[in-house]
Design a protein around this ligand. Structure first.
Ligand code: PGA
Length: 252
């Protein structure tokens, strides 16, 4: 039995056509299951309204965004405002994914602005942290993560801290097929919890990086691993359902 509610979050990244989305939900609906954990999906933003509609009819999956702007409105062509996300009934937003940090140069200072604005609009925020392989090999894992937490989470108002979720995603494990062992992940999760200054015991800390149906169970056995942020294995209904089924079992 887990102390905190297990969350399985699918990060679809820049994938899925309308046809694939429809197939995903048709297959999901055929596999009747009683969800005891939370199942969330972050599609491409343009698909949020469609998924919201399907989620409304199926009633079990919550929909979020993969990124948002640090600005509320104005002349920022191509950006997505957290205000617009909240307005659309979006439930959560992922901020600081390593692909945003590395491919788009987003630093923790900028991510802090995004976090504060998204929280202001009452979006749940999944703030991602994680070290690269070079940083792990140089024994910098804890210092890198501490700095990502300290800078990215500064000035969060106490009354909004309950909306915050952390995802630990070692960069070397994302999309590579290399998962951190449950022990390696738990060590970092426990460290992250000691660094949270508000709501530490209740804050969800998700693990991400090549999570699959065959490795999730050992991760969820760990005290400080409250769920998973899943890329590749969340794209197919069969695997996503298997992950949710593991999440449900862990809740019992
Ligand atoms: P992966 O991606 O499960 O495909 O490794 C995880 C993520 O990037 O959130």
């Amino acid at each position: 039995m887990k102390k905190r509610e297990v969350h399985i979050v699918g990060n679809w990244k820049m994938n899925q056509t309308l046809e694939e989305i429809s197939k995903f939900f048709i297959e999901m609906s055929k596999m009747k299951m009683e969800l005891k954990c939370k199942a969330w999906i972050a599609p491409q933003s343009i698909h949020i309204p469609i998924l919201k509609e399907i989620a409304f009819t199926t009633g079990s999956i919550q929909i979020g965004a993969q990124n948002c702007s640090e600005h509320e409105s104005g002349a920022y062509t191509g950006e997505i405002s957290p205000l617009a996300l909240a307005d659309m009934g979006t439930e959560f937003v992922i901020i600081g994914h390593s692909e945003r940090r590395m491919l788009y140069g987003e630093k923790s200072e900028l991510l802090n602005k995004k976090v504060l604005l998204a929280l202001k609009h009452k979006l749940k925020v999944i703030y991602c942290v994680g070290e690269t392989l070079a940083e792990r090999e140089a024994d910098q894992t804890f210092s890198v993560i501490e700095s990502q937490l300290n800078i990215g989470l500064q000035n969060i108002p106490a009354e909004l801290a309950h909306l915050l979720i952390i995802a630990y995603e070692p960069v070397w494990a994302i999309g590579t097929g290399k998962t951190a062992s449950a022990e390696q992940a738990e060590e970092v999760h426990a460290f992250i919890r000691t660094k949270l200054t508000m709501n530490a015991d209740k804050t969800l800390i998700l693990y991400g990086g090549s999570v699959k149906p065959d490795n999730i169970d050992s991760l969820l056995l760990k005290e400080n691993i409250d769920g998973a942020l899943v890329g590749g294995a969340s794209l197919g209904a069969q695997d996503f359902r298997a992950l949710c089924s593991s999440g449900s079992t862990a809740m019992m």
